[in-house]
Design a protein around this ligand. Structure first.
Ligand code: GLU
Length: 415
């Protein structure tokens, strides 16, 4: 979960990057404020007949480059502060990839692991109703994030369409294919992550066949990344989910781990591995560390002990500002979140374009275009890092924030 200072970290990083961008104060200050924040309370009838209230949010951080875009997360510790932070990251991410979108994020504070599917459905429909004036294919397009999935996107699309009186597939991305979803969306974040990771491995002169990786998080991003990487010959030595972590320096059998997780709902107890804590796993020997769960998992407590040579941030905001400084000193090569996990929003963009055109592409075309966009973004960020002699996060921010600033300046201030 994002720490309470997460938005302070966003502002701190913005200040750092402005040392290179030297933006005029009027433009710089506009980037420091979220444009709109909506707080909604959601009365939801639970299965036992009781009406429970949940708090939800939707934030448009900046829309200078286009409609706001970003996921919706369901998590007990979601706060407005965290949603603002994540909406800012979406703004830099979409700009860095050069998608015609601004940045948004949404969230509902709830524990879906303790709710029935029907309760989640009723909460989703009420949330959609409350934010309906905020979203739409031309204004703000939600997508999945932590603990939300394609079925939840289908309920959002259906509720919004019911309000409008006609089907509006372009209002959300990450939907099932049968109602206008895109092929390749489910694996897109992991696929994009692996693409930039392989580029980094090549750039650093390593060979991926000899590498060992640990992945923190076994959800939408982590589990699929584990599959793709092990297919490519990378040994997955460590895995963690919210309940525990497992480690085997010889490599974990991903199929067997998945079966264990399906049977027991947790990674803990997988017999062919050492049982460790998540903090321990972060510091155990591996070449590549992939945080792919909640924010702030790489922090001042564990950064010094990290042995990985590459960190690929599958999660949003997994590394605190203090940890970042420690890792920079250690020379760890970090693929920052706004680059490493951008594959999801890239295919979301493809989905939105296909929905608007009512014309759908085949899987091959999607994979080729995704790989092309991710490789180009990696190379562009690396060129900035080399030119300005900065780390990859600063370079990614120079590119992303610079593009948002340019759009803000050219549009000017209303009135
Ligand atoms: N939730 C994902 C992210 O943080 C995807 C957002 C989207 O596709 O709009 O990038």
């Amino acid at each position: 979960m994002a720490n309470d200072n997460s938005f302070q970290d966003v502002l701190g990083r913005l200040e750092d990057v402005n040392k290179y961008l030297n933006l005029p104060p009027a433009i710089y200050n506009r980037l420091r404020y979220p444009r709109r924040s909506l707080i909604v309370s959601l009365p939801v009838r639970m299965d036992n007949g009781e009406v429970k209230y949940f708090e939800g949010y939707r934030v448009h951080y900046n829309t200078a480059r286009g409609p706001a875009k970003g996921g919706i997360r369901y998590h007990p510790k979601v706060t407005l502060n965290e949603v603002i932070t994540l909406a800012a990251l979406m703004t830099w991410k979409c700009a860095l990839i050069d998608l015609p979108f601004g940045g948004a994020k949404g969230g509902v504070a709830c524990d879906t692991t303790k709710m029935s599917r029907d309760e989640i459905k009723r909460m989703t429909r009420r949330y959609t109703h409350e934010i309906a004036m905020f979203i739409g294919p031309e204004s703000d397009i939600p997508a999945p994030d932590m603990y939300t999935d394609e079925q939840i996107m289908a309920w959002i699309m259906d509720t919004y369409s019911t309000i409008k009186g006609y089907s509006v597939p372009g209002v959300v991305t990450g939907k099932p294919v049968c109602i206008g979803g895109s092929l390749g969306r489910k694996s897109a974040t992991s696929q994009g992550l692996v693409t930039v990771l392989l580029e980094a491995i090549q750039h650093l002169g390593f060979s991926h066949g000899n590498l060992a990786a640990s992945i923190i998080g076994f959800g939408n991003v982590g589990a699929i990344a584990a599959d793709i990487l092990s297919e490519k010959g990378v040994r997955i030595v460590g895995l963690a989910d919210s309940k525990g972590a497992i480690y085997n320096p010889k490599g974990l059998d991903i199929k067997a781990v998945k079966k264990h997780k399906a049977d027991t709902k947790s990674l803990a107890g997988f017999k062919d591995a050492e049982q460790v804590s998540i903090d321990d796993l972060v510091c155990l020997q591996c070449d590549v560390l992939i945080p792919a769960a909640v924010a702030g998992q790489i922090n001042i407590r564990n950064a010094k002990g990290i042995k990985a040579r590459i960190i690929a941030e599958g999660a949003n905001d997994p590394t605190t500002l203090e940890a970042d400084a420690i890792l920079k000193d250690k020379g760890v090569f970090i693929l920052p979140d706004i680059l490493a996990n951008a594959g999801g929003v890239v295919v979301s963009y493809f989905e939105w374009v296909q929905d608007i055109q009512r014309y759908f592409w085949n899987e091959d075309e999607i994979q080729k275009r995704l790989e092309g966009i991710m490789t180009k973004a990696f190379k562009h960020v690396l060129a900035i890092a080399q030119d300005k002699k900065v780390d990859m996060r600063t370079a990614a921010m120079i590119l992303g924030v610079g593009r948002v600033a340019e759009a803000s300046a050219v549009r000017g201030l209303y009135p």
